[in-house]
Write a protein that binds this ligand. Structure first.
Ligand SMILES: Cc1cc2nc3c(=O)[nH]c(=O)nc-3n(C[C@H](O)[C@H](O)[C@H](O)COP(=O)(O)O)c2cc1C
Ligand SMILES: [Mn+2]
Length: 447
Protein backbone atom coordinates (compact mmCIF):
# COMPACT_ATOMS: atom_id res chain seq x y z
CA UNK A 1 0.00 0.00 0.00
CA UNK A 2 1.19 3.53 -0.81
CA UNK A 3 2.78 5.31 2.16
CA UNK A 4 1.18 8.74 2.61
CA UNK A 5 3.60 11.63 3.06
CA UNK A 6 2.04 14.40 0.96
CA UNK A 7 -1.12 15.30 -0.95
CA UNK A 8 -0.03 13.38 -4.05
CA UNK A 9 0.43 10.06 -2.28
CA UNK A 10 -2.98 10.50 -0.64
CA UNK A 11 -4.58 11.22 -4.04
CA UNK A 12 -3.18 7.84 -5.13
CA UNK A 13 -4.81 6.18 -2.09
CA UNK A 14 -8.13 7.89 -2.94
CA UNK A 15 -7.82 6.64 -6.52
CA UNK A 16 -7.14 3.06 -5.39
CA UNK A 17 -10.19 3.18 -3.08
CA UNK A 18 -12.68 4.67 -5.57
CA UNK A 19 -12.82 7.90 -3.58
CA UNK A 20 -11.64 10.22 -6.36
CA UNK A 21 -13.60 11.84 -9.19
CA UNK A 22 -11.10 12.86 -11.89
CA UNK A 23 -12.50 15.70 -13.95
CA UNK A 24 -10.94 16.39 -17.34
CA UNK A 25 -13.57 18.85 -18.57
CA UNK A 26 -12.37 22.51 -18.38
CA UNK A 27 -13.90 24.19 -15.33
CA UNK A 28 -14.19 27.80 -14.22
CA UNK A 29 -12.87 29.05 -10.87
CA UNK A 30 -15.97 31.17 -10.54
CA UNK A 31 -18.69 29.04 -8.89
CA UNK A 32 -18.19 25.96 -11.10
CA UNK A 33 -15.53 24.19 -9.01
CA UNK A 34 -17.45 24.93 -5.77
CA UNK A 35 -20.68 23.63 -7.30
CA UNK A 36 -19.08 20.41 -8.57
CA UNK A 37 -17.44 19.76 -5.16
CA UNK A 38 -20.81 20.29 -3.40
CA UNK A 39 -22.57 17.93 -5.83
CA UNK A 40 -19.87 15.25 -5.50
CA UNK A 41 -20.36 15.44 -1.73
CA UNK A 42 -24.16 15.24 -1.93
CA UNK A 43 -23.93 12.15 -4.15
CA UNK A 44 -21.04 10.64 -2.15
CA UNK A 45 -18.84 10.44 -5.25
CA UNK A 46 -15.45 11.21 -3.74
CA UNK A 47 -13.03 14.12 -3.75
CA UNK A 48 -12.92 16.15 -6.99
CA UNK A 49 -9.61 16.48 -8.86
CA UNK A 50 -9.94 19.20 -11.50
CA UNK A 51 -7.25 18.54 -14.08
CA UNK A 52 -8.13 21.34 -16.44
CA UNK A 53 -8.83 24.64 -14.73
CA UNK A 54 -9.63 27.54 -17.06
CA UNK A 55 -6.91 30.23 -17.07
CA UNK A 56 -4.60 28.28 -14.74
CA UNK A 57 -1.64 25.95 -15.09
CA UNK A 58 -2.40 24.37 -11.70
CA UNK A 59 -4.77 21.50 -10.95
CA UNK A 60 -7.30 21.96 -8.14
CA UNK A 61 -8.58 19.37 -5.65
CA UNK A 62 -11.55 19.76 -3.27
CA UNK A 63 -13.43 17.58 -0.80
CA UNK A 64 -10.26 15.65 0.18
CA UNK A 65 -11.54 15.02 3.74
CA UNK A 66 -15.23 15.43 2.93
CA UNK A 67 -16.29 12.02 4.26
CA UNK A 68 -15.38 9.85 7.22
CA UNK A 69 -14.38 7.10 4.74
CA UNK A 70 -11.68 9.42 3.39
CA UNK A 71 -10.66 10.58 6.89
CA UNK A 72 -10.26 6.89 7.85
CA UNK A 73 -8.12 6.31 4.74
CA UNK A 74 -5.95 9.31 5.70
CA UNK A 75 -5.47 7.94 9.21
CA UNK A 76 -5.20 4.27 8.28
CA UNK A 77 -7.93 3.19 10.70
CA UNK A 78 -11.64 2.24 10.69
CA UNK A 79 -14.37 4.91 10.66
CA UNK A 80 -15.53 3.87 14.13
CA UNK A 81 -11.98 4.14 15.52
CA UNK A 82 -11.28 7.72 14.38
CA UNK A 83 -12.17 9.59 17.61
CA UNK A 84 -10.26 7.12 19.78
CA UNK A 85 -7.18 7.36 17.53
CA UNK A 86 -7.19 11.18 17.33
CA UNK A 87 -7.64 11.36 21.12
CA UNK A 88 -4.58 9.12 21.66
CA UNK A 89 -2.46 11.17 19.26
CA UNK A 90 -3.27 14.39 21.14
CA UNK A 91 -1.53 12.82 24.15
CA UNK A 92 1.47 11.45 22.23
CA UNK A 93 2.95 14.22 20.02
CA UNK A 94 5.88 13.55 17.65
CA UNK A 95 7.94 16.73 16.95
CA UNK A 96 8.82 17.58 13.33
CA UNK A 97 12.33 17.18 11.86
CA UNK A 98 14.05 19.93 9.87
CA UNK A 99 15.37 19.21 6.37
CA UNK A 100 17.49 21.55 4.23
CA UNK A 101 16.14 20.97 0.77
CA UNK A 102 12.50 20.59 -0.10
CA UNK A 103 10.25 19.97 -3.11
CA UNK A 104 8.11 22.97 -2.09
CA UNK A 105 11.07 25.21 -3.00
CA UNK A 106 11.37 23.91 -6.57
CA UNK A 107 9.79 27.18 -7.77
CA UNK A 108 10.25 30.48 -5.93
CA UNK A 109 8.50 33.77 -6.71
CA UNK A 110 9.66 36.73 -4.65
CA UNK A 111 8.21 40.19 -3.92
CA UNK A 112 6.58 41.65 -7.04
CA UNK A 113 6.72 38.30 -8.84
CA UNK A 114 4.68 36.70 -6.05
CA UNK A 115 1.35 37.42 -7.71
CA UNK A 116 -1.71 35.72 -6.18
CA UNK A 117 -3.48 35.90 -9.53
CA UNK A 118 -1.18 33.09 -10.69
CA UNK A 119 -2.95 30.75 -8.23
CA UNK A 120 -6.32 29.11 -8.99
CA UNK A 121 -8.28 30.64 -6.09
CA UNK A 122 -11.97 29.68 -6.46
CA UNK A 123 -15.12 31.62 -5.67
CA UNK A 124 -17.10 28.70 -4.20
CA UNK A 125 -20.69 29.50 -3.17
CA UNK A 126 -23.13 31.68 -5.14
CA UNK A 127 -23.08 34.55 -2.61
CA UNK A 128 -19.46 34.42 -1.43
CA UNK A 129 -17.76 37.84 -1.40
CA UNK A 130 -15.20 36.76 -4.01
CA UNK A 131 -12.31 34.31 -4.45
CA UNK A 132 -11.24 32.72 -1.14
CA UNK A 133 -8.35 30.55 0.01
CA UNK A 134 -10.23 28.17 2.31
CA UNK A 135 -8.11 25.03 1.99
CA UNK A 136 -4.85 26.49 3.28
CA UNK A 137 -3.28 25.76 6.65
CA UNK A 138 -1.99 28.95 8.25
CA UNK A 139 1.30 28.49 10.06
CA UNK A 140 1.89 31.16 12.68
CA UNK A 141 4.77 31.78 15.04
CA UNK A 142 4.91 34.02 18.08
CA UNK A 143 6.87 37.20 17.37
CA UNK A 144 9.41 36.60 20.15
CA UNK A 145 10.09 32.90 20.45
CA UNK A 146 9.70 29.79 18.38
CA UNK A 147 6.21 28.54 19.29
CA UNK A 148 4.46 27.55 16.06
CA UNK A 149 0.73 27.11 15.51
CA UNK A 150 -1.45 25.62 12.76
CA UNK A 151 -5.00 26.69 12.00
CA UNK A 152 -7.43 27.50 9.22
CA UNK A 153 -7.91 31.19 8.49
CA UNK A 154 -10.14 32.03 5.58
CA UNK A 155 -8.45 34.50 3.21
CA UNK A 156 -10.20 36.74 0.72
CA UNK A 157 -8.36 37.75 -2.46
CA UNK A 158 -8.09 41.53 -2.43
CA UNK A 159 -5.17 42.33 -4.73
CA UNK A 160 -2.09 41.01 -6.45
CA UNK A 161 -0.28 40.58 -3.12
CA UNK A 162 -3.09 41.27 -0.66
CA UNK A 163 -5.48 38.96 1.22
CA UNK A 164 -8.10 39.77 3.88
CA UNK A 165 -7.72 37.57 6.99
CA UNK A 166 -10.33 36.59 9.57
CA UNK A 167 -8.81 35.55 12.91
CA UNK A 168 -11.56 34.89 15.44
CA UNK A 169 -11.41 35.44 19.20
CA UNK A 170 -9.61 32.94 21.48
CA UNK A 171 -7.52 31.49 18.64
CA UNK A 172 -3.81 30.88 19.26
CA UNK A 173 -3.17 32.84 16.08
CA UNK A 174 -5.12 35.72 17.64
CA UNK A 175 -2.67 35.76 20.57
CA UNK A 176 0.27 36.00 18.14
CA UNK A 177 -1.40 38.75 16.14
CA UNK A 178 -2.50 40.79 19.19
CA UNK A 179 1.07 40.63 20.55
CA UNK A 180 2.55 41.85 17.24
CA UNK A 181 -0.08 44.58 16.88
CA UNK A 182 0.64 45.86 20.38
CA UNK A 183 4.23 46.47 19.27
CA UNK A 184 3.09 47.92 15.94
CA UNK A 185 4.92 45.13 14.09
CA UNK A 186 4.01 42.99 11.09
CA UNK A 187 3.38 39.29 11.91
CA UNK A 188 5.05 36.83 9.49
CA UNK A 189 2.96 33.77 8.63
CA UNK A 190 2.91 31.03 5.98
CA UNK A 191 -0.08 29.48 4.23
CA UNK A 192 0.37 25.84 3.22
CA UNK A 193 -1.90 24.77 0.37
CA UNK A 194 -1.84 21.03 -0.33
CA UNK A 195 -0.17 18.69 2.17
CA UNK A 196 -0.43 15.29 3.85
CA UNK A 197 -4.07 15.13 5.05
CA UNK A 198 -2.92 14.62 8.66
CA UNK A 199 -1.49 18.15 8.53
CA UNK A 200 -5.01 19.42 7.71
CA UNK A 201 -6.60 17.33 10.46
CA UNK A 202 -4.02 18.58 13.00
CA UNK A 203 -4.63 22.22 11.98
CA UNK A 204 -8.29 21.95 13.02
CA UNK A 205 -7.44 20.52 16.45
CA UNK A 206 -7.09 22.57 19.60
CA UNK A 207 -3.65 21.91 21.06
CA UNK A 208 -1.48 24.21 23.15
CA UNK A 209 1.79 23.38 21.37
CA UNK A 210 2.71 23.17 17.68
CA UNK A 211 0.00 21.13 15.94
CA UNK A 212 2.70 19.82 13.53
CA UNK A 213 3.59 17.49 16.43
CA UNK A 214 0.07 16.09 16.34
CA UNK A 215 0.29 15.66 12.57
CA UNK A 216 3.42 13.60 13.26
CA UNK A 217 1.54 11.50 15.82
CA UNK A 218 -1.35 10.95 13.39
CA UNK A 219 1.15 9.81 10.72
CA UNK A 220 3.21 7.78 13.24
CA UNK A 221 6.34 9.55 11.99
CA UNK A 222 7.92 13.01 12.31
CA UNK A 223 6.74 15.50 9.65
CA UNK A 224 9.69 16.85 7.62
CA UNK A 225 9.68 20.64 7.65
CA UNK A 226 11.79 23.28 5.92
CA UNK A 227 12.48 26.93 6.76
CA UNK A 228 10.57 29.51 4.73
CA UNK A 229 12.53 31.73 2.32
CA UNK A 230 11.53 35.08 3.88
CA UNK A 231 10.98 34.16 7.56
CA UNK A 232 11.98 31.60 10.19
CA UNK A 233 8.68 29.78 9.99
CA UNK A 234 8.83 26.05 9.17
CA UNK A 235 6.45 24.34 6.71
CA UNK A 236 6.14 20.74 5.42
CA UNK A 237 8.86 20.07 2.83
CA UNK A 238 6.38 18.32 0.55
CA UNK A 239 3.78 21.13 0.58
CA UNK A 240 2.31 21.74 -2.86
CA UNK A 241 2.17 25.54 -2.54
CA UNK A 242 3.35 27.90 0.22
CA UNK A 243 2.43 31.58 0.49
CA UNK A 244 4.82 33.52 2.74
CA UNK A 245 3.27 36.74 4.03
CA UNK A 246 3.03 39.36 6.76
CA UNK A 247 -0.18 40.47 8.50
CA UNK A 248 -0.26 44.26 8.92
CA UNK A 249 -0.91 45.88 12.32
CA UNK A 250 -3.56 48.55 12.99
CA UNK A 251 -5.35 48.31 9.67
CA UNK A 252 -8.80 46.91 8.89
CA UNK A 253 -10.88 46.40 5.75
CA UNK A 254 -14.24 44.84 5.01
CA UNK A 255 -14.00 41.04 4.62
CA UNK A 256 -16.76 38.54 3.71
CA UNK A 257 -19.33 37.15 3.25
CA UNK A 258 -18.46 33.45 2.99
CA UNK A 259 -20.41 30.19 3.25
CA UNK A 260 -19.79 29.09 6.87
CA UNK A 261 -19.83 25.70 8.58
CA UNK A 262 -23.43 26.25 9.73
CA UNK A 263 -24.56 26.10 6.11
CA UNK A 264 -25.38 29.83 6.20
CA UNK A 265 -23.39 32.81 4.97
CA UNK A 266 -21.34 34.80 7.47
CA UNK A 267 -21.75 38.56 7.68
CA UNK A 268 -19.00 40.91 6.52
CA UNK A 269 -16.53 42.12 9.15
CA UNK A 270 -13.76 44.70 9.48
CA UNK A 271 -10.65 42.51 9.40
CA UNK A 272 -6.84 42.76 8.97
CA UNK A 273 -5.04 42.19 5.66
CA UNK A 274 -1.73 40.54 4.77
CA UNK A 275 0.96 41.34 2.23
CA UNK A 276 2.50 38.47 0.26
CA UNK A 277 6.32 38.23 0.36
CA UNK A 278 6.85 35.03 -1.60
CA UNK A 279 5.01 32.17 -3.28
CA UNK A 280 6.83 28.83 -3.59
CA UNK A 281 5.54 25.62 -5.16
CA UNK A 282 6.41 22.11 -6.30
CA UNK A 283 6.67 21.21 -9.94
CA UNK A 284 3.15 20.27 -11.07
CA UNK A 285 1.62 21.74 -7.92
CA UNK A 286 -1.98 20.88 -6.97
CA UNK A 287 -4.06 23.61 -5.28
CA UNK A 288 -6.24 22.25 -2.45
CA UNK A 289 -9.56 23.89 -1.63
CA UNK A 290 -12.46 23.41 0.80
CA UNK A 291 -15.96 24.47 -0.27
CA UNK A 292 -17.48 26.64 2.48
CA UNK A 293 -20.44 25.01 4.28
CA UNK A 294 -19.36 21.56 3.01
CA UNK A 295 -19.09 18.41 5.13
CA UNK A 296 -15.33 18.79 4.79
CA UNK A 297 -15.55 22.21 6.45
CA UNK A 298 -17.52 20.71 9.37
CA UNK A 299 -15.36 17.56 9.59
CA UNK A 300 -12.14 19.53 9.99
CA UNK A 301 -13.47 22.35 12.16
CA UNK A 302 -15.99 20.53 14.36
CA UNK A 303 -16.17 16.75 14.07
CA UNK A 304 -12.53 15.69 14.30
CA UNK A 305 -11.46 18.19 16.99
CA UNK A 306 -14.43 17.57 19.27
CA UNK A 307 -15.36 13.90 19.07
CA UNK A 308 -12.40 12.88 21.29
CA UNK A 309 -13.64 15.27 24.02
CA UNK A 310 -17.23 14.10 23.61
CA UNK A 311 -16.07 10.52 24.06
CA UNK A 312 -14.01 11.34 27.17
CA UNK A 313 -16.84 13.28 28.85
CA UNK A 314 -19.53 10.70 28.17
CA UNK A 315 -17.40 7.67 29.02
CA UNK A 316 -16.57 9.38 32.30
CA UNK A 317 -20.31 9.37 33.08
CA UNK A 318 -20.97 5.82 31.88
CA UNK A 319 -18.75 2.90 30.97
CA UNK A 320 -21.70 1.66 28.88
CA UNK A 321 -20.95 4.25 26.15
CA UNK A 322 -20.01 2.34 23.00
CA UNK A 323 -19.36 5.22 20.62
CA UNK A 324 -20.15 8.88 19.97
CA UNK A 325 -20.50 10.92 16.79
CA UNK A 326 -20.89 14.54 15.74
CA UNK A 327 -22.37 14.01 12.29
CA UNK A 328 -21.28 16.58 9.68
CA UNK A 329 -24.93 17.17 8.70
CA UNK A 330 -25.48 18.57 12.23
CA UNK A 331 -22.89 21.38 11.78
CA UNK A 332 -21.24 20.38 15.05
CA UNK A 333 -24.46 21.32 16.91
CA UNK A 334 -25.76 17.72 17.10
CA UNK A 335 -24.18 14.92 19.16
CA UNK A 336 -25.13 11.25 18.93
CA UNK A 337 -24.36 8.84 21.76
CA UNK A 338 -24.63 5.06 21.51
CA UNK A 339 -24.96 3.34 24.89
CA UNK A 340 -25.70 -0.02 26.44
CA UNK A 341 -27.64 1.53 29.31
CA UNK A 342 -27.73 0.04 32.78
CA UNK A 343 -30.11 2.52 34.45
CA UNK A 344 -33.23 4.23 33.08
CA UNK A 345 -31.93 7.74 33.88
CA UNK A 346 -28.49 7.20 32.37
CA UNK A 347 -29.26 8.53 28.86
CA UNK A 348 -30.28 11.93 30.33
CA UNK A 349 -27.01 12.17 32.29
CA UNK A 350 -25.14 11.32 29.10
CA UNK A 351 -26.97 14.06 27.20
CA UNK A 352 -25.95 16.54 29.91
CA UNK A 353 -22.33 15.36 29.74
CA UNK A 354 -22.33 15.79 25.96
CA UNK A 355 -23.64 19.37 26.35
CA UNK A 356 -20.74 20.08 28.71
CA UNK A 357 -18.06 18.66 26.43
CA UNK A 358 -18.12 21.57 24.01
CA UNK A 359 -20.01 24.85 23.95
CA UNK A 360 -21.31 24.42 20.36
CA UNK A 361 -23.22 21.23 21.18
CA UNK A 362 -26.93 22.00 21.25
CA UNK A 363 -28.93 18.85 20.50
CA UNK A 364 -28.03 15.44 21.89
CA UNK A 365 -29.66 12.16 20.91
CA UNK A 366 -28.87 9.05 22.95
CA UNK A 367 -29.59 5.67 21.32
CA UNK A 368 -29.27 1.99 22.25
CA UNK A 369 -26.43 -0.29 21.20
CA UNK A 370 -28.45 -1.69 18.26
CA UNK A 371 -28.67 1.71 16.53
CA UNK A 372 -25.92 2.72 14.09
CA UNK A 373 -24.97 6.33 14.89
CA UNK A 374 -23.09 6.62 11.57
CA UNK A 375 -26.32 5.94 9.66
CA UNK A 376 -28.79 8.88 9.79
CA UNK A 377 -31.66 6.60 8.76
CA UNK A 378 -31.07 4.39 11.79
CA UNK A 379 -31.02 7.41 14.12
CA UNK A 380 -34.27 8.71 12.58
CA UNK A 381 -35.74 5.22 13.06
CA UNK A 382 -34.87 5.36 16.78
CA UNK A 383 -36.38 8.88 17.06
CA UNK A 384 -39.54 7.68 15.37
CA UNK A 385 -39.92 4.47 17.38
CA UNK A 386 -38.41 4.94 20.81
CA UNK A 387 -39.13 8.48 21.99
CA UNK A 388 -41.94 9.30 24.44
CA UNK A 389 -41.72 13.10 24.08
CA UNK A 390 -43.05 14.32 27.46
CA UNK A 391 -40.71 11.97 29.31
CA UNK A 392 -37.71 11.63 27.04
CA UNK A 393 -37.06 15.21 25.87
CA UNK A 394 -35.66 17.97 28.08
CA UNK A 395 -34.50 21.53 27.47
CA UNK A 396 -31.77 23.71 28.96
CA UNK A 397 -32.97 27.22 28.11
CA UNK A 398 -30.63 30.24 28.09
CA UNK A 399 -27.45 28.20 27.92
CA UNK A 400 -24.30 29.18 26.06
CA UNK A 401 -23.85 28.12 22.46
CA UNK A 402 -22.06 29.57 19.45
CA UNK A 403 -22.81 32.98 17.90
CA UNK A 404 -22.98 31.48 14.40
CA UNK A 405 -25.79 29.07 15.44
CA UNK A 406 -28.75 30.66 13.63
CA UNK A 407 -31.08 29.68 16.49
CA UNK A 408 -29.01 31.52 19.09
CA UNK A 409 -29.06 35.22 19.99
CA UNK A 410 -26.24 37.65 19.14
CA UNK A 411 -24.14 36.47 22.10
CA UNK A 412 -24.67 32.80 21.23
CA UNK A 413 -27.25 32.09 23.95
CA UNK A 414 -29.62 29.31 22.90
CA UNK A 415 -31.69 26.40 24.23
CA UNK A 416 -30.07 23.00 24.38
CA UNK A 417 -32.17 19.85 23.93
CA UNK A 418 -31.50 16.32 25.11
CA UNK A 419 -33.43 13.36 23.71
CA UNK A 420 -33.40 9.90 25.24
CA UNK A 421 -34.15 7.78 22.17
CA UNK A 422 -33.42 4.50 23.92
CA UNK A 423 -36.16 1.91 24.37
CA UNK A 424 -37.97 2.63 27.63
CA UNK A 425 -38.04 0.12 30.46
CA UNK A 426 -41.77 -0.49 29.90
CA UNK A 427 -41.13 -1.50 26.28
CA UNK A 428 -38.44 -4.03 27.17
CA UNK A 429 -39.23 -7.39 25.72
CA UNK A 430 -40.05 -5.85 22.35
CA UNK A 431 -37.43 -7.04 19.92
CA UNK A 432 -36.02 -5.34 16.86
CA UNK A 433 -36.06 -7.22 13.58
CA UNK A 434 -32.47 -7.80 12.53
CA UNK A 435 -31.33 -9.52 9.35
CA UNK A 436 -27.69 -10.54 9.46
CA UNK A 437 -25.13 -8.69 7.33
CA UNK A 438 -23.78 -10.85 4.52
CA UNK A 439 -21.30 -10.48 1.68
CA UNK A 440 -23.64 -10.04 -1.31
CA UNK A 441 -20.80 -10.44 -3.74
CA UNK A 442 -20.85 -14.18 -3.01
CA UNK A 443 -24.43 -14.29 -4.37
CA UNK A 444 -23.85 -11.94 -7.29
CA UNK A 445 -20.65 -13.67 -8.43
CA UNK A 446 -21.98 -17.23 -8.17
CA UNK A 447 -22.59 -18.86 -11.55
C1 LIG B 1 -12.25 25.20 6.54
C2 LIG B 1 -12.11 25.93 7.84
C3 LIG B 1 -12.11 27.31 7.86
C4 LIG B 1 -11.93 28.01 9.05
N1 LIG B 1 -11.87 29.36 9.00
C5 LIG B 1 -11.55 30.05 10.13
C6 LIG B 1 -11.36 31.46 10.07
O1 LIG B 1 -11.49 32.09 9.03
N2 LIG B 1 -11.03 32.10 11.22
C7 LIG B 1 -10.85 31.44 12.40
O2 LIG B 1 -10.52 32.07 13.38
N3 LIG B 1 -11.07 30.11 12.49
C8 LIG B 1 -11.39 29.40 11.37
N4 LIG B 1 -11.57 28.04 11.44
C9 LIG B 1 -11.44 27.36 12.75
C10 LIG B 1 -9.99 27.25 13.22
O3 LIG B 1 -9.12 26.89 12.20
C11 LIG B 1 -9.84 26.20 14.30
O4 LIG B 1 -10.64 26.55 15.38
C12 LIG B 1 -8.42 26.03 14.77
O5 LIG B 1 -8.32 24.89 15.55
C13 LIG B 1 -7.94 27.20 15.58
O6 LIG B 1 -6.64 26.88 16.02
P1 LIG B 1 -5.77 27.78 16.97
O7 LIG B 1 -6.52 28.08 18.21
O8 LIG B 1 -4.62 26.88 17.18
O9 LIG B 1 -5.39 29.04 16.24
C14 LIG B 1 -11.79 27.32 10.27
C15 LIG B 1 -11.81 25.92 10.26
C16 LIG B 1 -11.97 25.23 9.07
C17 LIG B 1 -11.95 23.75 9.09
MN1 LIG C 1 -3.25 25.94 18.38
Amino acid sequence: MTQINDLRSFIEILRQNNQLAEIERPVSLEYEIGTVIANLEKKNMGAGLFKNVKNSKFQVIGGVLGSMERVALALGCKKSEINEFVGKCLDNPIPPVVVDTAPCHQNILLDDEADLNLLPIPTHAPKDGGPYITGGVTVGKELHGNRHNLSFIRMQLKGKRKLGVNINEWRHMREFYDEAEKEGKRLPIAVVIGADPVYYIAAGLRYDGDETEIAGALRGKAIEVVKCITSDIYVPATSEIVIEAEILPHYREEEGPLGEYTGHYSATWQNPVLEVKAITYRNGAIFQTIAGASFEHVNLGNVLPREPLLKKFTQYVSSGVINVHLPPYGSGFLALIQVKKKNPGEPKNLALAAMMSYVNIKNVIVVDEDVDIFNPADVMWALSNRVIPEKDIFYVPNSQGHELDPSSDRRGVHTKMGIDATLSEESKGIERVVYPDIDLQEYLDAK
